[in-house]
Design a binder for this molecule. Structure first.
Ligand SMILES: Cc1cc2nc3c(=O)[nH]c(=O)nc-3n(C[C@H](O)[C@H](O)[C@H](O)COP(=O)(O)OP(=O)(O)OC[C@H]3O[C@@H](n4cnc5c(N)ncnc54)[C@H](O)[C@@H]3O)c2cc1C
Length: 456
């Protein structure tokens, strides 16, 4: 059906939220995603104010030959395409969070950011399994697996979802847990969100009043010795310690802190959830490599973990590319240095190797579609696409990254949350993608609900 022919007045009348149609004032702002590389041009943008609005939107789309793409922040929107014939359903007003301290769970609506969960959880010395940046949405992160500061200790964030409230492609509300619908419960824990729209999550929380965390940074000229020391060090660190090593190029912008502006640095960023005394012992070999240019390691409140990485919070035109590393081998770290180490000038703000392993590789508790993950590291590169030319340069360097690291990657080559431009077949074993596709075909045979990932 031509979208021009669709009369959206009944939808506008049926919902508590707002409907903004293409051509109306406000459409330009309404269609915007956090990631400014996304050029979403849907015929309608719906801002759901209530769960019933989600159901009404699905029913309206079904009756009018449209599709529905749920989005909380648009952090993962690069791959969404122009959304012709698709209603962009923004859940960003559904942000209610309630914490049950006795059960150590949080019930979180689908439009909440992780930063909306942090304070209510911290009031009870609890934390959720958010990623390095708390400005990211709970929904896309958790539905895609979610790898954060406690992942080596606890596994994927999606492993620790107790239940989902969803609206199905039938427009009806369902509660999905391990007993009610084991197949869909498995799929939603890491498979990306299709074939439903989640309206709220019941998430496990973890006791953490404080942790040891922060960064060590050296000039990039010292990267060779720092990277080799890091590689050796990662072989023996406990699962309570999560870390990443980054080769960073800070732009010469006034928004960048004085001590970082315009600098090229090698940085080790880490969090340890044991005692300060043990933490000091653990990081001593890193501090001994060379005197750091910056050393911010200290005990911090559990509520501060989502700011430690200094990741951007304001909308950006960002491109990312990820490759899983089977092992943290010397050949892999040499490829890392050859791509972005001393003497190179890549158009990337950051290239990192994040240490995985620990609980991410374990099958118990049942990790759902996300795991277990047999990979020691994740290479992730990010660059800014501030112009067409800059975008082409970044993409060419990311292709180079893919070629350089291909020899060190296994069957699962990427992670869903880190690489929405790549198909799901790169992120999962074939039998996992086939099972996810079969569940989607069964629950949403007409392909009504659109995600930011495609199977092939
Ligand atoms: C600065 C930054 C730091 C990051 N750090 C980490 C990190 O440490 N670890 C990590 O694992 N990832 C990280 N990511 C990646 C992030 O997890 C993904 O971009 C994720 O998709 C963001 O989720 P969102 O809800 O904010 O995004 P959105 O773009 O709103 O959602 C992404 C996709 O999720 C699905 N979805 C969203 N809402 C629903 C819903 N209600 N029902 C069904 N499906 C839905 C849709 O397919 C949607 O296209 C980071 C990203 C950025 C930009």
């Amino acid at each position: 059906m031509s979208t021009a022919a669709v009369d959206h007045t009944p939808l506008r009348a049926a919902i508590a939220g707002d409907v903004v149609a293409r051509g109306e004032p406000g459409w330009e702002a309404a269609r915007q995603a956090w990631n400014l590389t996304a050029d979403q041009r849907p015929p309608l943008v719906v801002f759901a104010e209530a769960v019933d609005d989600v159901a009404a939107t699905v029913r309206f789309a079904s009756a009018n030959g449209l599709k529905v793409a749920p989005q909380s922040t648009g952090h993962g929107a690069t791959s969404m395409g122009d959304l012709a014939g698709t209603i962009l359903l923004k859940t960003s007003r559904l942000t209610a969070v309630s914490v049950d301290p006795a059960a150590r769970t949080a019930t979180v609506q689908a439009g909440a950011l992780w930063s909306d969960v942090v304070a209510p959880a911290a009031a009870h010395d609890l934390v959720g399994l958010h990623g390095f940046a708390a400005g990211v949405g709970v929904a896309g992160y958790t539905l895609g697996g979610g790898i954060g500061w406690l992942s080596r200790r606890e596994g994927f964030a999606s492993t620790h979802v107790r239940a989902f409230d969803v609206i199905g492609a039938d427009g009806e509300a369902h509660r999905i847990d391990a007993a009610s619908d084991p197949d869909l419960f498995w799929a939603l824990r890491g498979g990306g969100g299709r074939p439903v729209i989640v309206t709220s999550f019941e998430l496990e929380l973890f006791e953490l009043r404080e942790a040891f965390g922060g960064a060590l940074m050296w000039p990039i000229e010292q990267a060779e010795e720092v990277v080799e020391a890091y590689r050796e060090w990662t072989a023996s660190v406990p699962v309570e310690l999560t870390s990443t090593i980054k080769l960073l190029r800070f732009p010469s912008l006034p928004t960048v802190a004085d001590r970082l502006r315009g600098r090229a640095l090698v940085s080790i960023l880490l969090v340890f959830t044991g005692t300060e005394e043990r933490a000091e012992d653990l990081v001593a070999p890193l501090r001994a490599v060379a005197k750091p240019y910056l050393d911010t390691l200290a005990m911090v409140p559990g509520s501060a973990l989502g700011q430690l990485a200094g990741d951007p919070t304001n909308p950006l035109p960002a491109l990312g590319h990820a490759v899983l590393l089977d092992r943290m081998s010397r050949e892999a770290t040499e490829a890392f240095l050859a791509l972005a180490g001393p003497g190179t000038d890549p158009p990337l703000t950051s290239v990192e190797i994040r240490l995985l392993g620990g609980a991410l590789g374990e099958a118990d508790p049942d990790p759902g579609a996300a795991g277990p993950l047999d990979a020691e590291g994740l290479v992730y590169a990010a660059g800014a696409a501030t112009s067409r030319e800059a975008e082409e340069h970044v993409l060419a360097t990311m292709r180079e990254l893919g070629d350089r690291f291909a020899p060190f990657s296994g069957q699962r080559d990427t992670i869903l949350t880190f690489d929405e431009l790549r198909p799901m077949r790169d992120a999962f074993a074939p039998e996992v993608v086939d099972r996810l596709e079969a569940i989607t075909r069964e629950r949403d045979p007409d392909g009504l609900l659109v995600a930011n990932h495609v199977a092939d």
